[in-house]
Design a protein. Structure first.
Length: 146
């Protein structure tokens, strides 16, 4: 076993799935804890059918998503007033500090994606935004399946 302080390559398998503060299921691959990473986190996220995250942002850390299967809608922006549909083969970039709320519009198909983040510690930069959850719930159709 290599000491986590040694600058060495590491082969890892995804860790056991866990539910993050955002309310979604994650399986960590590369992190400070698993590989001694200093500035990168890489994981798999699974959104079951009709699942939605809690509104949140990552303070001072960028995120990049690549969808492997299914599709995800994502509300984003200061008041979650912008929307994107991210499908298989799409990359989606979230700048540091931008509020967002991903969801799975399908009632049958899970969405599985790879997430890379510039925070090597998965949950430390997560800031929940319950006021934005409530605001989104008041909208007429907050979960478009387009």
């Amino acid at each position: 076993m290599t000491n986590s302080r040694d600058p060495s390559c590491r082969l890892l398998r995804a860790g056991d799935p866990f539910t993050g503060r955002q309310g979604l299921q994650y399986a960590v691959g590369i992190s400070a804890e698993s590989a001694g990473s200093k500035g990168l986190h890489l994981q798999i996220v699974t959104l079951p059918p009709l699942a939605k995250a809690k509104a949140h942002k990552h303070e001072a850390h960028e995120s990049a998503i690549y969808v492997l299967s299914g599709a995800s809608g994502c509300w984003f922006g200061e008041r979650l007033d912008q929307h994107a549909m991210v499908r298989v083969g799409d990359f989606f970039y979230i700048p540091a500090g931008v509020p967002h709320l991903p969801y799975n519009p399908s009632d049958e198909t899970p969405c599985v994606a790879v997430i890379a983040r510039t925070d090597p510690n998965e949950q430390e930069s997560v800031v929940l935004l319950p006021d934005l959850d409530a605001e989104l719930q008041r909208r007429a159709d907050p979960w478009p399946a387009k």
